[in-house]
Design a protein around this ligand. Structure first.
Ligand code: 13P
Length: 288
């Protein structure tokens, strides 16, 4: 199945009261792991590349070709959207040109008026090619690709203005942060989530920092309008733990255990297992 935009996928998720997992990829193994997890769960999925991960992989064209070719060679039949995560303006335009089917333009660090203006421009260019657009209001805490946000609750009036630019789904700070949550984390602000959801014309919301949020909070967020949940850190953690175990058990020293196809296999399987578990949590299994 060809790559699809995320607009329909997330509209259906919102109506059906589930969320689609958006998993960050870093390389061949992760891309295969995510696609396998989604296919085995019969679930729609979003594969996203941060700007840094795309650079690491050799550029946006490589990411696009990799995902497309794997969909073909793996016989993937579930809907897959290829999404740019936290893109600068220029990067969003580049991905639209290359064939990404969804982009996030993250102008949350810009003066708000500039964020709005650039969002409008990205929407016009993206929609002309059937590409869906996510934008962000109120920076999301934690660190991602060297960009550090202090974490905040987004202003509902700004969320309303952003939704009026024509974006397809909105990322807004509701107490969520990227990376691990600190011991003293106050949890998601459901009051703020409900306030925002009420003024954005029924658009789906995106929950960034999906790693480490307890299941009950995930489910409540979905019930209040979250339809896309980003997961990155947890995939990295399970990959690293499985790889560590393989080496600590000395398996790389047994026979041809040093072969990268063997060395990277436990981590890759761990990512697939986590993707499948999160798909169950988000309720998108069987919704392809
Ligand atoms: P985590 O790394 O906390 O899962 O967040 C991922 C994310 O929000 C990507 O945009």
């Amino acid at each position: 199945m060809a790559l699809v935009s995320a607009t329909e996928m997330l509209k259906k998720a919102k109506e059906g009261k589930y969320a689609v997992g958006a998993f960050n990829t870093n390389n061949l193994e992760w891309t295969k792991a995510i696609l396998k997890g989604a296919q085995e769960s019969n679930s729609p999925v979003m594969i996203q590349t941060s700007m840094g991960a795309a650079k690491y992989m050799g550029g946006y064209q490589v990411c696009y070709d990799l995902v497309n070719d794997l969909i073909d060679s793996m016989g993937i039949t579930v809907p897959v959207a290829l999404h740019l995560d936290h893109g600068e303006y220029e990067d969003a335009l580049k991905c639209i040109e290359i064939g990404y089917t969804s982009v996030m333009f993250d102008g949350s660090h810009l003066p708000f008026e500039e964020n709005l203006e650039k969002a409008k421009d990205v929407v016009a260019k993206a929609h002309a090619k059937g590409v869906s657009v996510e934008c962000e209001v109120g920076s999301i805490g934690g660190e991602e690709d060297g960009v550090i946000g202090s974490g905040e609750l987004a202003d509902p009036a700004e969320c309303k203005a952003m939704s009026e630019t024509g974006i397809d789904f909105l990322a807004a700070g509701i107490g969520n942060i990227h990376g691990s949550y600190p011991e003293n984390w106050a949890g998601l602000s459901f009051d703020r989530l409900a306030e925002i959801a009420a003024v954005i014309d029924g658009k789906p919301m995106v929950l960034h920092g999906g790693s480490g949020i307890p299941l009950d909070q995930i489910q409540k967020a979905i019930s209040l309008g979250v339809s896309k949940i980003n997961v990155n850190t947890e995939c990295q953690e399970v990959f690293a733990a499985a790889t560590r175990k393989y080496i600590e058990e000395g398996k790389d020293l047994e026979g041809k255990g040093f072969d990268p196809r063997k060395l990277l296999a436990p981590g890759t399987t761990a990512v697939t297992e986590l993707v499948k578990e999160r798909i169950q949590w988000f309720g998108s299994n069987g919704k392809a």
